[in-house]
Design a protein around this ligand. Structure first.
Ligand code: FES
Length: 124
């Protein structure tokens, strides 16, 4: 994984940010990214399901902390759900809806993602 670290955050409506090459995100895996600094800092993560890539804000709807205490550990062992490592909330992969845990009934926040020329771009 030798992609350059994403730097800076585009203003809304600004140019997309290259997160990684698609091949750096194997099928069935998830990977986190930190973008920007200070007040502009935000964390997102990507999940690849076959050729579909979805992006999510890396903030649990329970208390707002990142899901992955250990870097890039976003999935349950069987890869069937996203897991918040803080208190064990489980989220569906397709829509980020929490099906178990302290934030049951809430959802992860989707991020706008686009694939272009082999790159995964953050567009929002
Ligand atoms: S912070 Fe995610 S379940 Fe509590």
């Amino acid at each position: 994984m030798n992609d350059p670290a994403p730097t800076g955050r585009s203003p809304v409506g600004g140019p997309p940010i290259r997160l990684c090459r698609l091949e750096a995100l194997p099928e069935g895996t998830a990977r986190g990214f930190v973008i920007g600094e200070g007040g502009a800092r935000r964390e997102v993560f990507l999940h690849r399901d076959a050729d579909r890539v979805r992006g999510w804000r890396n903030a649990c709807p329970h208390v707002g902390t990142p899901l992955d205490i250990a870097p890039d550990r976003f999935l349950t062992e069987d890869g069937a759900y996203f897991l918040c490592q803080s208190h064990g909330a489980l989220f569906r992969l397709a829509d980020g809806f929490c099906i178990a845990g302290p934030c049951q009934g809430k959802s992860l926040t989707p991020e706008a993602i686009r694939l272009e020329a082999g790159w995964v771009l953050l567009t929002g």
